[in-house]
Design a protein around this ligand. Structure first.
Ligand code: NAI
Length: 494
């Protein structure tokens, strides 16, 4: 019988947490196995960030032509072809997932397609992992990184039938080429708002139902207000404070029944109901962790409501030698967080083995940029005003509008603004939010500044090239002291 192959690290799951970890580990000279049950690239590349952004690119183009074309002297007859946009999206996905396969190969990582399950073992002798794919295999690894991610949350009352009542996985599947006349979206969070934008651009009448009093409640209220203004202008209906009691496929379409979110649970039956009808429904109310049937119970790896519990500094689970990263840990569900956690877990796994030139690392979640691809785009980093107040900061605030910026006016992108929060004591930047053109790119500069503890002055002292959208950051920072050149002022020196 052939001997079971022994790897330094086995990574289960090949999303931005897993494929990144596998490559990083190989860069340090580790022998790596990467195990994937479905498609390389995980949610992000197959049914998440990448396909939505590919469709968003089509939606954005439509919107730019509609909103700015004539004003910019470019009149054209826009013909929409969602099917073609979907084909292009599929090509982008397959090119990028193919790229991941090529990279893993170049780093000589063994990629196994099949369902990975940890059978047993320990940090001294290694762990046995079974892989059920076309054929069953068993491999051994000295360390394991679980990066199995998440999948759309399925709530029984919503009767998700994958026919008319859909998840984001369904709507992003390679052959979903329908533009519903009316699209009902349950959950006005990040996914809901991004899809609302895409389908509205392609001609759907979009109706959103949200439980909380505001869409994307995690963002700065001023930013959300600006977004709501735009959603309204686009004809997207957002009904907030709605408790969705049920959603049904009526055969010809879908029907949702709601009552006000304030109604207590024991009075739902007698509460006044509202009804919303549409052709299709997208349910985007959060994601469930993929932690079932991985062998966690047998090994007594601790979990909490489906999330794998990890030491928040080292990312090691309750079992020595097994690490977990990304969505499955129940932390910030962002691709870039999963990738960074991959760096940390790999470093700690290899440092504990010895023989690799890498030291232990700890996580740092203070500065995590977030981006939302709505129209306009949203970007944020650090804390919000409410949090700053709760934490006892005395705040300095700068605000600058796109309509005052030369480059933005040239582009016809005058909606939105940037908001900078700084600590009055130290003048250090503690948060920023932006809604408008290139907002996610602008936030990258501020994240770098925050990561290195820079003050508002440090950023202002950096020459920003003209004319660029990056001047939004400069003017926003200058406005913290009432010194923005292109804003009628209130000179306040601190
Ligand atoms: P989410 O947590 O962002 O939003 C879910 C929304 O649904 C919330 O506003 C919530 O209040 C609402 N909700 C929950 N139950 C409800 C109910 N029964 N009736 C009505 N509303 C209800 O989750 P989402 O949008 O599903 O996204 C999942 C994760 O994926 C998020 O953590 C998000 O950050 C991440 N993501 C990130 C993207 C990016 O970085 N651009 C893009 C898409 C997703």
């Amino acid at each position: 019988m052939s001997e079971t192959k022994l790897y330094d690290i086995a990574v289960i799951g090949s999303g931005p947490g897993g494929y990144h970890s596998a490559i990083r580990a190989a860069q340090y000279g580790a022998k790596v196995a990467l195990i994937e049950k479905k498609s390389l690239g995980g949610t992000c590349l197959n049914v998440g960030c990448i396909p939505t952004k590919a469709l968003y690119a089509s939606a954005e183009l439509i919107q730019r032509i509609r909103e700015n074309g004539e004003g910019l002297g470019v009149s054209c007859d826009v013909k929409l072809d969602f099917g073609k946009a979907v084909e292009r999206k599929n090509e982008v996905v397959s090119e990028l997932t193919g790229g991941i396969a090529a990279l893993e190969k170049a780093w000589k990582n063994d990629v196994f397609m099949g369902y990975g399950k940890i059978l047993g073992g320990n940090a001294n002798d290694g762990f046995e992992i079974s892989i059920e794919g076309e054929e069953k295999k068993i491999i051994k690894a000295k360390r394991v990184i679980i990066a199995t991610g998440s999948s759309p949350a399925l709530i029984p009352a919503f009767n998700i039938d994958h026919d008319r009542i859909l998840t984001s996985d369904d709507i992003l599947s390679p052959d979903f080429k329908i533009v519903p006349k009316r699209l009902l979206i349950i959950g006005a969070g990040v996914i809901g708002c991004e899809f609302a934008n895409i389908f509205s651009a392609f001609g759907s009448k979009v109706i959103m139902l949200e439980y909380l009093p505001s869409p994307i409640a995690t963002e700065e209220p001023m930013i959300v207000k600006e977004l709501q203004k735009k959603l309204k202008a686009l004809g997207i209906e957002v009904h907030v404070s709605q408790n969705v009691l049920s959603v049904d496929n009526t055969g010809m379409g879908v029907k949702a029944t709601t009552c006000p979110a304030a109604v207590p649970r024991d009075q739902l039956e007698s509460a006044e109901k509202s009804y919303f009808e549409a052709d299709y429904c997208l349910v985007s109310i959060g994601r469930a962790k993929e932690s079932l049937n991985l062998g966690l119970e047998e090994l007594e790896i601790e979990t909490a409501r489906g999330s794998i519990k990890v030491d928040l500094k080292s990312l090691e689970t309750s079992v020595k030698g097994i690490f977990a990263i990304g969505d499955v840990t129940g932390g910030l569900m962002l691709a870039h967080v999963a990738s960074r956690e991959g760096d940390i877990a790999v470093a700690n796994a290899l440092a504990s083995l010895g023989g690799f030139s890498v030291e232990e690392r700890t996580t740092d979640y203070r500065i995590v940029p977030a981006t939302i691809f709505t129209s306009p785009n949203i970007g944020s980093v650090g804390i919000r005003r409410k949090q700053a107040k709760d934490l006892g900061y005395e705040l300095l605030m700068g605000r600058f509008s796109y309509m005052s910026l030369g480059k933005a006016m040239c582009m016809g992108e005058k909606d939105g603004f940037i908001l900078i929060l700084a600590d009055k004591q130290t003048h250090k930047i503690i948060g920023a939010s932006c809604i408008g053109a290139e907002a996610p790119e602008l936030i990258a500069e501020i994240a770098l500044a925050m990561q290195h503890g820079l003050t508002v002055h440090d950023v202002v002292e950096t020459i920003h090239s003209h004319p660029t959208i990056s001047e939004m950051v400069l003017e926003g920072m200058e406005d913290v002291f009432g010194m923005s050149i292109h804003k009628k002022g209130r000179p306040v020196h601190h």
